[in-house]
Design a protein around this ligand. Structure first.
Ligand code: HMG
Length: 385
Protein backbone atom coordinates (compact mmCIF):
# COMPACT_ATOMS: atom_id res chain seq x y z
CA UNK A 1 0.00 0.00 0.00
CA UNK A 2 1.33 3.46 -0.90
CA UNK A 3 1.24 6.09 1.86
CA UNK A 4 2.22 9.73 1.52
CA UNK A 5 1.14 13.33 1.05
CA UNK A 6 -2.32 13.61 -0.47
CA UNK A 7 -2.82 17.38 -0.13
CA UNK A 8 -0.45 20.30 0.55
CA UNK A 9 -1.41 23.79 1.73
CA UNK A 10 0.60 26.92 2.44
CA UNK A 11 -0.04 30.18 4.26
CA UNK A 12 2.17 33.20 4.80
CA UNK A 13 1.21 36.58 6.32
CA UNK A 14 -0.01 39.29 3.97
CA UNK A 15 2.70 41.81 4.91
CA UNK A 16 6.37 41.71 3.94
CA UNK A 17 9.49 43.84 3.86
CA UNK A 18 11.90 44.24 0.98
CA UNK A 19 15.34 42.85 1.83
CA UNK A 20 17.18 45.62 -0.04
CA UNK A 21 15.36 48.19 2.11
CA UNK A 22 16.30 46.18 5.22
CA UNK A 23 19.96 46.16 4.11
CA UNK A 24 19.89 49.94 3.55
CA UNK A 25 18.30 50.51 6.97
CA UNK A 26 21.01 48.38 8.58
CA UNK A 27 23.81 50.04 6.56
CA UNK A 28 24.76 46.74 4.92
CA UNK A 29 25.67 46.20 1.24
CA UNK A 30 22.36 44.88 -0.24
CA UNK A 31 24.34 42.23 -2.18
CA UNK A 32 25.23 40.60 1.12
CA UNK A 33 21.55 40.01 1.84
CA UNK A 34 20.34 39.25 -1.72
CA UNK A 35 23.37 37.23 -2.92
CA UNK A 36 25.37 36.29 0.20
CA UNK A 37 22.27 35.17 2.13
CA UNK A 38 19.97 34.78 -0.89
CA UNK A 39 16.78 36.50 0.27
CA UNK A 40 14.51 39.06 -1.47
CA UNK A 41 11.46 39.53 0.78
CA UNK A 42 10.60 38.66 4.39
CA UNK A 43 7.11 37.89 5.72
CA UNK A 44 5.94 40.03 8.65
CA UNK A 45 3.19 38.50 10.82
CA UNK A 46 0.56 40.88 12.16
CA UNK A 47 -0.07 41.40 15.88
CA UNK A 48 -3.18 39.18 15.76
CA UNK A 49 -1.22 36.29 14.21
CA UNK A 50 0.79 33.48 15.75
CA UNK A 51 1.54 29.79 15.27
CA UNK A 52 -2.12 28.91 15.96
CA UNK A 53 -3.70 31.30 13.44
CA UNK A 54 -1.18 30.45 10.72
CA UNK A 55 -1.64 26.71 11.31
CA UNK A 56 -5.40 27.20 10.99
CA UNK A 57 -4.99 29.18 7.76
CA UNK A 58 -2.78 26.52 6.15
CA UNK A 59 -4.94 23.59 7.31
CA UNK A 60 -8.13 25.30 6.17
CA UNK A 61 -6.77 25.13 2.61
CA UNK A 62 -6.54 21.32 2.59
CA UNK A 63 -9.56 20.29 4.66
CA UNK A 64 -12.91 19.75 3.00
CA UNK A 65 -16.17 17.93 3.68
CA UNK A 66 -14.78 14.76 2.08
CA UNK A 67 -11.61 14.40 4.17
CA UNK A 68 -12.39 16.16 7.50
CA UNK A 69 -14.13 13.21 9.15
CA UNK A 70 -11.44 10.72 8.04
CA UNK A 71 -8.77 12.56 10.06
CA UNK A 72 -7.60 10.43 12.99
CA UNK A 73 -4.37 12.22 13.89
CA UNK A 74 -3.50 15.93 14.07
CA UNK A 75 0.12 16.93 14.66
CA UNK A 76 1.44 20.47 14.73
CA UNK A 77 5.20 20.89 14.51
CA UNK A 78 6.20 24.25 15.93
CA UNK A 79 8.90 25.96 17.96
CA UNK A 80 6.83 29.15 18.36
CA UNK A 81 3.95 27.73 20.34
CA UNK A 82 1.82 30.08 22.43
CA UNK A 83 1.39 27.93 25.54
CA UNK A 84 3.75 25.75 27.59
CA UNK A 85 0.96 23.29 28.30
CA UNK A 86 -1.83 23.39 25.76
CA UNK A 87 -0.88 22.17 22.30
CA UNK A 88 -1.42 24.33 19.22
CA UNK A 89 -3.52 21.46 17.84
CA UNK A 90 -6.07 21.83 20.69
CA UNK A 91 -6.90 25.38 19.56
CA UNK A 92 -7.47 24.06 16.04
CA UNK A 93 -10.17 21.58 17.02
CA UNK A 94 -13.06 24.04 16.92
CA UNK A 95 -11.45 26.58 14.57
CA UNK A 96 -11.30 23.84 11.90
CA UNK A 97 -14.38 21.80 12.95
CA UNK A 98 -12.24 18.70 13.45
CA UNK A 99 -13.89 15.48 14.67
CA UNK A 100 -13.27 14.66 18.36
CA UNK A 101 -12.11 11.07 17.79
CA UNK A 102 -8.57 12.15 16.88
CA UNK A 103 -5.20 12.20 18.64
CA UNK A 104 -4.17 15.87 18.52
CA UNK A 105 -0.82 17.08 19.84
CA UNK A 106 2.21 19.24 19.21
CA UNK A 107 5.81 18.30 18.46
CA UNK A 108 8.84 20.46 19.13
CA UNK A 109 12.35 19.89 17.86
CA UNK A 110 13.28 23.15 16.15
CA UNK A 111 12.96 22.86 12.37
CA UNK A 112 12.72 19.07 12.51
CA UNK A 113 9.24 18.98 14.18
CA UNK A 114 7.16 18.64 11.01
CA UNK A 115 9.35 15.83 9.68
CA UNK A 116 8.90 13.94 12.96
CA UNK A 117 5.15 14.54 12.51
CA UNK A 118 5.18 13.35 8.92
CA UNK A 119 7.00 10.13 9.80
CA UNK A 120 4.54 9.46 12.66
CA UNK A 121 1.67 10.14 10.27
CA UNK A 122 3.16 7.66 7.80
CA UNK A 123 3.22 4.95 10.48
CA UNK A 124 -0.31 5.85 11.65
CA UNK A 125 -1.80 5.57 8.17
CA UNK A 126 0.14 2.36 7.44
CA UNK A 127 -1.52 0.86 10.55
CA UNK A 128 -4.94 2.51 9.97
CA UNK A 129 -5.36 2.68 6.19
CA UNK A 130 -8.93 3.98 6.34
CA UNK A 131 -7.76 7.02 8.33
CA UNK A 132 -5.90 10.20 7.35
CA UNK A 133 -3.47 12.37 9.29
CA UNK A 134 -3.19 16.15 9.29
CA UNK A 135 0.36 17.39 9.81
CA UNK A 136 0.98 21.13 10.12
CA UNK A 137 4.23 23.07 10.36
CA UNK A 138 3.71 26.58 11.72
CA UNK A 139 6.31 29.05 12.93
CA UNK A 140 7.44 32.63 13.29
CA UNK A 141 11.23 32.90 12.91
CA UNK A 142 12.34 35.81 15.10
CA UNK A 143 15.92 36.80 15.91
CA UNK A 144 15.46 40.46 16.74
CA UNK A 145 16.05 43.87 15.23
CA UNK A 146 19.65 44.54 14.12
CA UNK A 147 20.90 41.02 14.92
CA UNK A 148 22.85 38.95 12.33
CA UNK A 149 19.86 36.59 12.17
CA UNK A 150 17.38 39.39 11.33
CA UNK A 151 17.80 38.87 7.57
CA UNK A 152 16.88 35.19 8.04
CA UNK A 153 13.51 35.80 9.79
CA UNK A 154 10.18 34.80 8.24
CA UNK A 155 6.76 33.34 9.06
CA UNK A 156 4.22 30.92 7.72
CA UNK A 157 2.71 27.47 7.80
CA UNK A 158 2.49 24.38 5.62
CA UNK A 159 -0.23 21.74 5.99
CA UNK A 160 -0.18 18.17 4.71
CA UNK A 161 -2.83 15.49 4.62
CA UNK A 162 -1.22 12.06 4.79
CA UNK A 163 -3.25 9.14 3.44
CA UNK A 164 -3.09 5.86 1.60
CA UNK A 165 -2.98 6.15 -2.22
CA UNK A 166 -1.72 9.76 -1.99
CA UNK A 167 -2.14 12.14 -4.91
CA UNK A 168 1.03 14.24 -4.46
CA UNK A 169 3.98 12.38 -2.94
CA UNK A 170 4.59 8.72 -2.08
CA UNK A 171 6.90 8.16 0.89
CA UNK A 172 8.93 5.01 0.34
CA UNK A 173 10.01 4.26 3.93
CA UNK A 174 13.70 4.80 3.15
CA UNK A 175 15.20 7.02 5.80
CA UNK A 176 18.30 7.68 7.93
CA UNK A 177 18.43 10.03 10.92
CA UNK A 178 20.71 11.25 13.70
CA UNK A 179 20.45 13.28 16.91
CA UNK A 180 23.13 15.04 18.94
CA UNK A 181 23.18 17.63 21.76
CA UNK A 182 24.40 20.74 19.91
CA UNK A 183 24.39 24.41 21.00
CA UNK A 184 23.93 25.96 17.57
CA UNK A 185 20.55 27.64 18.13
CA UNK A 186 18.10 27.86 21.04
CA UNK A 187 15.24 29.93 22.44
CA UNK A 188 14.79 29.87 26.22
CA UNK A 189 11.21 30.02 27.50
CA UNK A 190 11.69 33.64 28.66
CA UNK A 191 12.64 34.88 25.20
CA UNK A 192 10.54 35.71 22.13
CA UNK A 193 13.65 35.77 19.96
CA UNK A 194 16.11 32.99 19.16
CA UNK A 195 19.79 32.88 20.03
CA UNK A 196 22.12 31.45 17.39
CA UNK A 197 25.79 30.69 16.93
CA UNK A 198 25.23 31.46 13.26
CA UNK A 199 28.40 30.22 11.57
CA UNK A 200 28.58 27.17 13.85
CA UNK A 201 24.96 26.34 12.96
CA UNK A 202 25.89 26.44 9.26
CA UNK A 203 28.77 24.03 9.90
CA UNK A 204 26.63 21.57 11.87
CA UNK A 205 23.91 21.68 9.19
CA UNK A 206 26.44 20.73 6.49
CA UNK A 207 28.08 18.11 8.71
CA UNK A 208 24.71 16.46 9.42
CA UNK A 209 23.93 16.43 5.70
CA UNK A 210 27.25 14.86 4.66
CA UNK A 211 27.07 12.24 7.44
CA UNK A 212 23.47 11.28 6.68
CA UNK A 213 23.94 11.30 2.91
CA UNK A 214 26.86 8.86 3.23
CA UNK A 215 24.77 6.62 5.50
CA UNK A 216 21.76 6.79 3.17
CA UNK A 217 23.84 5.72 0.17
CA UNK A 218 25.40 2.85 2.12
CA UNK A 219 22.13 1.65 3.65
CA UNK A 220 20.14 1.62 0.39
CA UNK A 221 22.96 1.15 -2.14
CA UNK A 222 21.88 4.31 -3.94
CA UNK A 223 23.74 7.34 -5.32
CA UNK A 224 22.87 10.93 -6.23
CA UNK A 225 22.06 9.73 -9.74
CA UNK A 226 19.10 7.78 -8.32
CA UNK A 227 17.52 11.14 -7.49
CA UNK A 228 16.20 13.76 -9.88
CA UNK A 229 15.94 16.35 -7.13
CA UNK A 230 17.36 17.05 -3.67
CA UNK A 231 15.33 19.26 -1.35
CA UNK A 232 16.76 20.88 1.77
CA UNK A 233 15.67 22.65 4.91
CA UNK A 234 15.98 26.31 3.84
CA UNK A 235 16.63 28.74 6.73
CA UNK A 236 17.87 31.09 3.97
CA UNK A 237 18.27 30.11 0.35
CA UNK A 238 22.08 30.00 0.35
CA UNK A 239 22.09 27.37 3.13
CA UNK A 240 20.82 24.36 1.16
CA UNK A 241 23.25 25.29 -1.60
CA UNK A 242 26.14 25.02 0.87
CA UNK A 243 25.08 21.39 1.49
CA UNK A 244 24.40 20.61 -2.17
CA UNK A 245 27.81 22.02 -3.11
CA UNK A 246 29.51 19.22 -1.18
CA UNK A 247 28.51 16.96 -4.12
CA UNK A 248 30.25 19.17 -6.71
CA UNK A 249 33.10 17.17 -8.27
CA UNK A 250 31.88 14.00 -6.48
CA UNK A 251 29.15 13.14 -8.99
CA UNK A 252 28.93 13.53 -12.81
CA UNK A 253 28.87 17.26 -13.69
CA UNK A 254 25.69 17.02 -15.79
CA UNK A 255 23.80 15.44 -12.88
CA UNK A 256 25.14 18.00 -10.41
CA UNK A 257 24.01 20.81 -12.76
CA UNK A 258 20.52 19.25 -12.92
CA UNK A 259 20.32 19.07 -9.11
CA UNK A 260 21.37 22.73 -8.86
CA UNK A 261 18.79 23.74 -11.46
CA UNK A 262 16.05 21.90 -9.53
CA UNK A 263 17.29 23.38 -6.24
CA UNK A 264 16.84 26.87 -7.72
CA UNK A 265 13.16 26.06 -8.35
CA UNK A 266 12.74 24.81 -4.79
CA UNK A 267 13.94 28.08 -3.23
CA UNK A 268 11.81 30.53 -5.22
CA UNK A 269 9.11 30.80 -2.54
CA UNK A 270 11.50 30.81 0.44
CA UNK A 271 13.45 33.65 -1.16
CA UNK A 272 10.25 35.71 -0.95
CA UNK A 273 9.02 34.59 2.47
CA UNK A 274 12.06 33.81 4.64
CA UNK A 275 12.58 31.05 7.17
CA UNK A 276 9.44 29.11 8.11
CA UNK A 277 11.52 27.06 10.56
CA UNK A 278 9.88 23.63 10.54
CA UNK A 279 7.82 24.39 7.44
CA UNK A 280 10.84 25.43 5.35
CA UNK A 281 11.65 22.07 3.82
CA UNK A 282 7.99 21.64 2.89
CA UNK A 283 7.75 25.13 1.40
CA UNK A 284 10.74 24.04 -0.70
CA UNK A 285 8.76 20.98 -1.79
CA UNK A 286 5.76 23.16 -2.73
CA UNK A 287 8.00 25.63 -4.55
CA UNK A 288 9.60 22.83 -6.56
CA UNK A 289 6.24 21.24 -7.43
CA UNK A 290 4.79 24.61 -8.48
CA UNK A 291 7.79 26.14 -10.27
CA UNK A 292 9.80 23.13 -11.49
CA UNK A 293 9.42 21.13 -14.67
CA UNK A 294 8.44 18.12 -12.57
CA UNK A 295 8.25 14.74 -14.30
CA UNK A 296 5.78 12.06 -13.20
CA UNK A 297 7.35 9.46 -10.85
CA UNK A 298 10.33 11.75 -10.16
CA UNK A 299 12.48 10.60 -7.21
CA UNK A 300 13.18 13.13 -4.48
CA UNK A 301 15.63 13.17 -1.59
CA UNK A 302 14.60 15.39 1.33
CA UNK A 303 17.02 16.65 3.99
CA UNK A 304 15.40 17.84 7.21
CA UNK A 305 17.47 19.64 9.85
CA UNK A 306 16.43 21.01 13.23
CA UNK A 307 18.93 22.79 15.42
CA UNK A 308 19.74 21.32 18.75
CA UNK A 309 20.00 18.98 16.72
CA UNK A 310 18.18 16.30 14.70
CA UNK A 311 18.69 15.54 11.02
CA UNK A 312 16.98 13.12 8.68
CA UNK A 313 17.29 12.20 5.03
CA UNK A 314 14.40 10.35 3.44
CA UNK A 315 13.21 9.66 -0.07
CA UNK A 316 9.91 10.00 -1.88
CA UNK A 317 8.35 9.80 -5.32
CA UNK A 318 6.18 12.37 -7.07
CA UNK A 319 2.77 10.99 -8.05
CA UNK A 320 1.77 11.48 -11.69
CA UNK A 321 -1.04 14.04 -11.97
CA UNK A 322 -0.08 15.70 -8.64
CA UNK A 323 -0.72 19.13 -10.17
CA UNK A 324 -4.50 18.56 -10.08
CA UNK A 325 -4.26 18.38 -6.27
CA UNK A 326 -2.05 21.44 -5.70
CA UNK A 327 -3.57 24.85 -6.29
CA UNK A 328 -0.46 26.41 -7.86
CA UNK A 329 -2.18 29.51 -9.25
CA UNK A 330 -3.76 30.31 -5.88
CA UNK A 331 -0.40 29.98 -4.09
CA UNK A 332 1.32 32.26 -6.61
CA UNK A 333 -1.53 34.78 -6.42
CA UNK A 334 -1.38 34.87 -2.60
CA UNK A 335 2.36 35.56 -2.74
CA UNK A 336 1.94 38.25 -5.40
CA UNK A 337 -0.93 40.00 -3.62
CA UNK A 338 0.88 40.79 -0.38
CA UNK A 339 1.44 44.31 0.91
CA UNK A 340 4.95 45.72 1.17
CA UNK A 341 5.52 47.66 4.39
CA UNK A 342 8.42 49.93 5.32
CA UNK A 343 11.23 48.90 7.66
CA UNK A 344 10.04 51.36 10.37
CA UNK A 345 6.51 49.90 10.12
CA UNK A 346 7.94 46.37 10.50
CA UNK A 347 9.91 47.50 13.56
CA UNK A 348 6.69 48.87 15.09
CA UNK A 349 4.76 45.62 14.46
CA UNK A 350 7.73 43.66 15.80
CA UNK A 351 7.54 45.46 19.14
CA UNK A 352 3.76 45.20 19.51
CA UNK A 353 1.77 42.40 21.10
CA UNK A 354 -1.73 41.93 22.46
CA UNK A 355 -1.61 42.41 26.23
CA UNK A 356 -3.59 40.50 28.83
CA UNK A 357 -7.21 41.80 28.72
CA UNK A 358 -6.51 43.13 25.22
CA UNK A 359 -9.02 42.74 22.38
CA UNK A 360 -8.24 42.74 18.63
CA UNK A 361 -10.36 45.19 16.63
CA UNK A 362 -12.05 43.33 13.77
CA UNK A 363 -11.29 46.17 11.33
CA UNK A 364 -7.54 45.48 11.83
CA UNK A 365 -7.90 41.84 10.74
CA UNK A 366 -7.09 40.90 7.11
CA UNK A 367 -7.14 37.11 7.48
CA UNK A 368 -9.66 34.38 8.26
CA UNK A 369 -8.28 33.29 11.66
CA UNK A 370 -7.14 35.67 14.38
CA UNK A 371 -6.25 36.04 18.04
CA UNK A 372 -9.40 37.83 19.21
CA UNK A 373 -8.52 38.52 22.85
CA UNK A 374 -6.45 37.56 25.87
CA UNK A 375 -8.65 37.07 28.93
CA UNK A 376 -7.20 35.98 32.28
CA UNK A 377 -4.02 35.21 30.32
CA UNK A 378 -5.92 32.76 28.12
CA UNK A 379 -5.60 33.25 24.39
CA UNK A 380 -8.93 33.14 22.54
CA UNK A 381 -9.18 32.72 18.79
CA UNK A 382 -11.89 33.43 16.25
CA UNK A 383 -12.68 32.85 12.61
CA UNK A 384 -13.99 35.69 10.40
CA UNK A 385 -17.23 34.42 8.90
P1 HMG B 1 26.63 37.03 9.04
O1 HMG B 1 27.75 36.93 9.97
O2 HMG B 1 25.88 38.31 9.06
O3 HMG B 1 27.04 36.86 7.54
O4 HMG B 1 25.65 35.82 9.36
P2 HMG B 1 28.43 36.38 6.90
O5 HMG B 1 29.49 37.35 7.18
O6 HMG B 1 28.66 34.93 7.22
O7 HMG B 1 28.03 36.53 5.39
C1 HMG B 1 27.02 35.72 4.85
C2 HMG B 1 27.39 35.44 3.40
O8 HMG B 1 27.31 36.68 2.64
C3 HMG B 1 28.85 34.93 3.20
O9 HMG B 1 28.81 33.99 2.15
C4 HMG B 1 29.58 36.19 2.71
O10 HMG B 1 30.74 35.90 1.93
C5 HMG B 1 28.49 36.84 1.87
P3 HMG B 1 29.21 32.43 2.46
O11 HMG B 1 30.61 32.46 2.91
O12 HMG B 1 28.27 32.00 3.57
O13 HMG B 1 28.94 31.75 1.18
N1 HMG B 1 28.69 38.28 1.65
C6 HMG B 1 28.45 38.90 0.49
N2 HMG B 1 28.01 38.42 -0.70
C7 HMG B 1 27.85 39.34 -1.71
N3 HMG B 1 28.12 40.67 -1.58
C8 HMG B 1 28.56 41.18 -0.41
C9 HMG B 1 28.76 40.28 0.69
N4 HMG B 1 29.14 40.44 1.97
C10 HMG B 1 29.12 39.20 2.55
N5 HMG B 1 28.80 42.48 -0.30
C11 HMG B 1 24.17 33.97 9.28
C12 HMG B 1 24.96 34.98 8.46
C13 HMG B 1 23.40 33.05 8.33
C14 HMG B 1 25.14 33.15 10.11
C15 HMG B 1 23.18 34.75 10.19
O14 HMG B 1 22.21 35.38 9.41
C16 HMG B 1 22.49 33.88 11.23
O15 HMG B 1 22.99 33.69 12.33
N6 HMG B 1 21.26 33.35 10.91
C17 HMG B 1 20.51 32.49 11.83
C18 HMG B 1 21.06 31.09 11.95
C19 HMG B 1 20.84 30.26 10.69
O16 HMG B 1 19.98 30.53 9.87
N7 HMG B 1 21.58 29.13 10.56
C20 HMG B 1 21.42 28.21 9.45
C21 HMG B 1 21.81 26.77 9.82
S1 HMG B 1 20.96 26.22 11.29
C22 HMG B 1 19.34 25.87 10.75
O17 HMG B 1 19.11 25.80 9.58
C23 HMG B 1 18.27 25.71 11.80
C24 HMG B 1 17.37 26.94 11.96
O18 HMG B 1 16.44 26.99 10.90
C25 HMG B 1 16.67 26.89 13.33
C26 HMG B 1 15.86 25.66 13.68
O19 HMG B 1 16.24 24.52 13.42
O20 HMG B 1 14.84 25.87 14.33
C27 HMG B 1 18.15 28.23 11.93
Amino acid sequence: MDVGIDRLGFYTPKKYIDIVELAEARDVDPNKFTIGIGQSKQAVPDVYQDAVTMAAEAADKVLDDDNRNDIGLVIVGTESSVDESKATSAFLMDLLDLPEDVRAFEIKEACYGATAGLQMAYNFVAMNPDKKALVIASDIARYGIKTPGEVTQGAGAVSMIVSQNPHILKLDNKSVYMSRNVGDFWRPTFSKTAFARGKYSNEIYVEFFTTLWKRFQEKYDMTAEDFDTMLFHIPYTKMGMKALRTLDGQIPAAHYDKLVEHYQKSIEFSRNVGNLYTGSLYLGLISYLVNGNVQPDEKLMLFSYGSGAVGEIYSAEVVAGFDKYLDSEFIKEELNNRQKISVPDYETIFSEELENAGITKLEDVHDKFYLSEIKESERLYKKVN
